[in-house]
Design a protein around this ligand. Structure first.
Ligand code: PEP
Ligand code: MN
Length: 286
């Protein structure tokens, strides 16, 4: 490895000339407006929805249900990064139009993943937050292009990335003039195979110490199993996450992607209630 890129050297550079992501004082905190709420405040926010946008009616139905449960932002993939090229790839632009219609009807903010830098202007017409997926965390061309957008960027941690690499990926966006980056811990690859990924709870306090950017937890991808989503959500909020990104599907067994890790609206209602108690215990609200 080039010596300039070693962990030590990156840390030294930080000390001499702080990165834009770095926390300069204990109370420095970036806040980002989402719908009618603010991420990075004392309120723990919920961002939820199916992994993929499957139909307009599906999104309308789930959006009303989730809104009534206190969700701030609806998430759903229009362009899906699938491991196999033969798996469902998303409904693309049509799905963006449906999402915009749902926003119109419900007032929920819309979060969706962008994979192609050329599509930033298209996404800007339809959505509120640009999600960069785990597989693209170090797609530097994409990071620079969303860094020029006015929309907030939800950056997911690369599945094999260190926290330092994650923060430097956020710096690519910040350095282009976009100050609104949301970091999302979504689990990393380890030797453990009882779960899809290993949710790195350590990342939450480490990020809190190093950066003023808001921190989300995604226990759906972090575990890959709907049975564990509630427990890991509790842990993430207790550890200091500013919000949860949760996959919710009306009938997970029929989902076109990530059904195994999707919880039902009924399970989500229980999760919101339980997270209310955890938030209270750490001096926050929902
Ligand atoms: C997703 O949010 O559905 C997704 C593809 O997540 P990740 O990039 O974390 O795998
Ligand atoms: Mn998913």
């Amino acid at each position: 490895m080039n010596n300039y890129e070693t962990q030590d050297n990156v840390e030294k550079t930080t000390a001499q000339s702080p990165y834009l992501y770095s926390r300069k004082s204990d109370n420095q905190q970036t806040t980002i407006s989402l719908g009618s709420k603010v991420l990075g405040s004392e309120k723990v926010l919920f961002l939820a929805g199916p992994c993929s946008v499957e139909s307009k009616q599906q999104m309308i139905d789930i959006a009303y249900e989730l809104k009534e449960m206190g969700v701030t932002a609806l998430r759903g993939g229009a362009y899906k990064p699938r491991t196999s090229p033969y798996s469902f790839q998303g409904h693309g632009e049509k799905a963006l139009e449906w999402l915009a219609e749902v926003r119109e009807k419900t007032g929920l903010a819309i979060v969706t993943e962008i994979m192609d830098p050329h599509l930033v202007p298209l996404f800007e017409q339809y959505v509120d937050v640009l999600q960069i997926g785990s597989r693209n965390m170090q797609n530097f061309v994409l990071l620079k292009s969303v860094g020029k957008s006015k929309l907030p960027v939800l950056l997911k941690r690369g599945m094999s990335s260190t926290i330092q690499e994650f923060l430097l990926a956020s710096e690519y966006v910040l350095s282009q003039g976009n100050p609104n980056v949301i970091l999302c811990e979504r689990g990393i690859r380890t030797f453990e195979n009882a779960t899809r990924n290993t949710f790195d709870i350590n990342a939450i306090p480490v990020l809190r110490e190093k950066t003023h950017l808001p921190i989300l937890a995604d226990p759906s991808h972090g575990t890959g199993n709907s049975k564990y989503v509630l427990a890991v959500s509790r842990g993430a909020v207790a550890a200091g996450a500013d919000g949860l990104l949760i996959e919710v599907h009306a009938s997970p067994e029929e989902a076109l992607s990530d059904g195994d890790q999707s919880i039902t609206p009924q399970e989500f209602r229980k999760l919101v209630e339980e997270i209310g108690s955890i938030a209270h215990a750490v001096n926050r609200t929902i």
